[in-house]
Ligand binder design. Sequence first.
Ligand code: GLY
Length: 355
Amino acid sequence: MKSMKSNETIAIGRLFESNFIEILNLYSNGKIGVVCDENTQTIAAQMIQKLHLIGKTNIYQITLPSGEQHKNLESLSSVWQQLTENNFTRKDLLINVGGGVITDLGGFAAATYKRGIEYINIPTTLLSMVDASVGGKTGIDYQGFKNQIGAFHLPKGVYVDPEFLKTLPQQQLLSGYAEVLKHGLIADANYWEYCVFTPFLEVNWNEVILKSIEIKNGIVSQDPQEIGLRKVLNFGHTVGHAVETYYINHGEELLHGMAVVVGMICEAHISFQKGNLGQIQLESISKSLSSRYNKVSIKESCFPEILQLMYQDKKNNSKGINVTLLNDIGSAQFDGLATEEEIYQSLHYYGTIKS
Ligand code: GLY
């Protein structure tokens, strides 16, 4: 496995064909709780079996129902309950095997159980490989708001096996790719060009995952608690989270990355309205994103509710709605303030784009 220097150990390679199981054994000489969902329970079981083979027996599989709608207090309580019933101590370990829901929720269970235990992440989706599992943001959704309750709690390690992507549905891959494109837009124009112009089937996933983690880590290591700079990683997410939440609250499914694409186009438009981003760059971004992603239906009658959801954005202070702005492709600035008019205009602009 290839490792990267960071506050967390980040390694990329084949999980079950390397010394990963031996490495795992080094993290804990106590109990291990393996948090997974219905989609990843087979991988979790395979890992537990291999740990048994090297004599590790105190392992408990905690399987949760799949889906964003289960990233809630009930699932979290079920993890706490199983740790408590099995007498986990503060020296024991959690391993989260899954997409962003599992790594966020399992990470938050680790952050809160007995005031914090160690955990490692084994991301199985592109979204969690390049974003959710890295950087220590943990949490659950609450009362219709995404990641409303949570904590910063860094994993001890993140182990990425790109082979898992081979069985990932295309829509899930596309959803994760939105975060990859975001990394290009906020930090590296050449990377953006590569990601936009390389046909999906020809993308070198190992390279992309490494590059995206490198960009994310470079930012997180300077501002782990999101006091300032880390907010650039939220580009596209002020509008994106509101659109995603709107869909969830109306009982419809919209993958996170698809909502982030809407958010990136709208926030690029807000950057344009504020004079930060040129029209040519705005149009190039909109064209590149809309040629790869289906248009999301957002009726004008939904705008007020979407706007209200933005008032819950975690970046906000009393001054208003905080957005990350683009200065150019590959360059972003945090702590922009968007007016309601600018947000409405950006949603109108999104509505005019042809996919
Ligand atoms: N997903 C954005 C961050 O980790 O800061």
